[in-house]
Design a protein around this ligand. Structure first.
Ligand code: MN
Length: 221
């Protein structure tokens, strides 16, 4: 596994003041790679797309969120790697802290790099290698299997190297509908607005959101 580190993530946060998870690397795991999209009511509302790779979550802040319309390219600002445990974070980052504001788990599921209808859901090492190389080269094609978002997307880095575009590929999941209208957490059912007044739901393990583990054969009977 290539070296990853969460130094930037940890340096930006004070863990005595924020309920966000500490910057700990995840040890090797099995099963398909996880993705999460968190809606984050920070100073500017945005959606954080996070793709698991090499024990961390590779992250992009997308002001308008994903679009299912291939003609509607969305700006995605590359941000620091987040710890794997961040995928199950839903709550309120206190004012004065980095990224202050409410955050919900807007969508989550599993993902794989893809190419010509080929996928790597069942080969984690190969999937991670393709993701790693795609990010390095500034062009990553991947398919999401979430509750709200399904289908193939491209992340393409622009010349400034900081900003990327996220673009829906043409497949059977394209749509002109605005998926941002589905504004409730897939975990708690709350909206970011709800979190301004309602108590924060207790933390869960990400395993309760996404089935993980070894593939088992179907029983014979
Ligand atoms: Mn954010």
């Amino acid at each position: 596994m290539p070296k990853t580190d969460l130094t930037e993530y940890s340096a930006k946060r004070s863990f005595s003041a924020t309920p966000e998870p500490k910057g700990e690397l995840r040890s090797a795991s099995s099963g398909p790679l996880l993705f999460v999209i968190q809606q984050h009511a920070a100073r500017h509302m945005h959606y954080d797309l996070r793709l698991e790779c090499d024990g961390v979550l590779k992250s992009w802040a997308i002001p308008k969120g994903l679009s299912l319309d291939p003609n509607d390219k969305r700006l995605a600002a590359h941000t620091e790697d987040h710890p794997y445990d961040y995928a199950s974070f839903e709550g309120v980052i206190p004012s004065g802290q980095y990224g202050a504001g409410e955050m919900i788990i807007w969508d989550c599921g599993v993902y794989s790099p893809d190419e010509d209808q080929q996928y790597w859901f069942h080969d984690r090492a190969a999937a991670e290698q393709r993701v790693r190389e795609g990010i390095e080269q500034g062009k990553l094609s991947f398919i999401l299997r979430g509750e709200k978002v399904k289908g193939s997307f491209a992340l393409v880095r622009m010349a400034d190297r900081k900003n990327w575009l996220v673009i829906k590929h043409k497949d059977r999941y394209i749509s002109k509908s605005d998926i941002a209208e589905q504004d409730r957490s897939v975990f708690s059912g709350l909206t970011v607005q709800d979190l301004k007044t309602l108590p924060v739901p207790p933390r869960v393990s990400i395993a309760t959101l996404i089935p993980t583990g070894e593939v088992e054969a179907m029983p014979a009977t």
